[in-house]
Write a protein that binds this ligand. Structure first.
Ligand SMILES: *[C@@H]1O[C@H](CO)[C@@H](O)[C@H](O)[C@H]1NC(C)=O
Ligand SMILES: *[C@@H]1O[C@H](CO)[C@@H](O)[C@H](O)[C@H]1NC(C)=O
Ligand SMILES: *[C@@H]1O[C@H](CO)[C@@H](O)[C@H](O)[C@H]1NC(C)=O
Length: 336
């Protein structure tokens, strides 16, 4: 696991319980306020000789990846556009450097038993709207699988079943609570159970935290109330909740590609608590990041903070673990 903002928060993070497959904005390690002093001067970025990212022989996504989306609840078309453009940006080679496709290059470094790399191609698949909250406004990990089941078995335009190269992304609107949301997770990934859904499908959930806990899940575009004097940064697409979701989506997509059935790439001896390629770089967005420092990011002329370019837009996305170099890397690294 790793890092993020202010030391005060880091101490509180100690109280949080580590989820099985989850994403938290706050670190539970390297809790040390002097981390802030490292700034850009030291190679930090989660580097550690103690991290043994290991391949456990399971499949990874080496075929062209298709992301099928379920929009759960109330979504504005403007919000959907930001998210679609992020997904489309992953394989858009012509975006200005540093780019989202440059970020995905670290994910492509991972291979399966045959030496095949993770696919470069990630495209948007089919979409399903669940406008009327088919399973209510409070979901559990199990009812999330029922939502996916409804989407793949719908009588009109069901999402296609694509177990080898499909990823299923459930996105919940800002008025939906999901089990553990805000306390210790902003998103998670797993696979569906045949007993519930009828198939084993890798999926991720990411929630819009704008109403429930932006200071937790949309950091640094919102900050927690209990930290006086800390100012939020301006988000690149003018939507704090959605801009915050982008980094969590990046986290989950990177892990789904490298560990779709939770038996491929992870560190740590216990498969119940795998530490995956994005877990190691939580809160790291640029050179020098680690501990409580986000690392060097970029500022647009409009004052927005970001670290990579996509199609028509800019995004702030956390870095991911590079097992060749044994530290977190991203396209905006200053030393590349
Ligand atoms: C914090 O980091 C400093 C500098 O690396 C170190 O000297 C100190 O012992 C650390 N404190 C804790 C509590 O780990
Ligand atoms: C595939 O993975 C290997 C091993 O990490 C790496 O050396 C190579 O550059 C990767 N190829 C691509 C196209 O990313
Ligand atoms: C995979 O994607 C690439 C480019 O994105 C495309 O050229 C190729 O035809 C695709 N392969 C399959 C099997 O769909």
């Amino acid at each position: 696991m790793s890092s993020a903002p202010p030391p005060l928060v880091a101490v509180l993070a100690l109280l949080f319980i580590t989820p099985v497959i989850g994403w938290r904005p706050w670190p539970n390690q390297k809790i040390n306020s002097s981390d802030l002093q490292f700034g850009g001067s030291k190679k930090f970025e989660g580097s550690s000789e103690f991290v043994h990212m290991k391949y456990h022989m399971g499949p990874v996504l080496t075929a062209n990846i298709t992301v099928h989306t379920v929009w759960y609840g109330t979504w504005q078309s403007r919000q959907k556009r930001i998210i679609r453009e992020f997904i489309n940006s992953i394989s858009a080679p012509d975006s200005k450097h540093p780019s989202v496709s440059g970020w995905w290059k670290t994910v492509q470094l991972y291979t399966d038993q045959t030496g095949s790399n993770i696919s470069r191609a990630v495209r948007l698949g089919e979409e399903k709207n669940d406008r009327f909250y088919s399973h209510g406004k409070s979901l559990t990990r199990l009812s999330i699988q029922s939502v996916i089941k409804s989407a793949v078995t719908a009588s009109t335009r069901p999402l296609p079943i694509n177990a080898k190269s499909g990823l299923y992304l459930l996105l919940t609107s800002d008025d939906v609570y999901v089990q553990d949301f805000c306390q210790n997770v902003c998103g998670f990934h797993y696979f569906t159970f045949p007993s519930i859904v009828g198939y084993t499908l890798p999926y991720a959930w990411v929630g819009n935290s704008a109403k429930l806990c932006p200071g937790t899940c949309a950091y640094p575009f919102a900050v927690p109330d209990y930290i006086p004097g800390l100012k939020p940064l301006k988000s690149p697409n003018g939507d704090i909740g959605v801009d915050g979701m982008i980094s969590v989506m990046g986290h989950e997509l990177a892990e789904l590609a490298t560990n779709p059935l939770v038996n491929a790439w992870y560190a740590g001896g216990d498969p119940v608590f795998p530490v995956e390629i994005a877990d190691l770089c939580e809160g790291i967005y640029g050179t020098g990041g680690g501990g409580s420092y986000t690392g060097q990011m970029m500022n647009g002329a409009d004052g927005a903070t970001y670290n990579m370019n996509g199609i028509r837009r800019r995004f702030l996305v956390q870095w991911v673990w590079n097992h060749v170099l044994s530290y977190c890397t991203g396209p905006n690294a200053l030393d590349q």
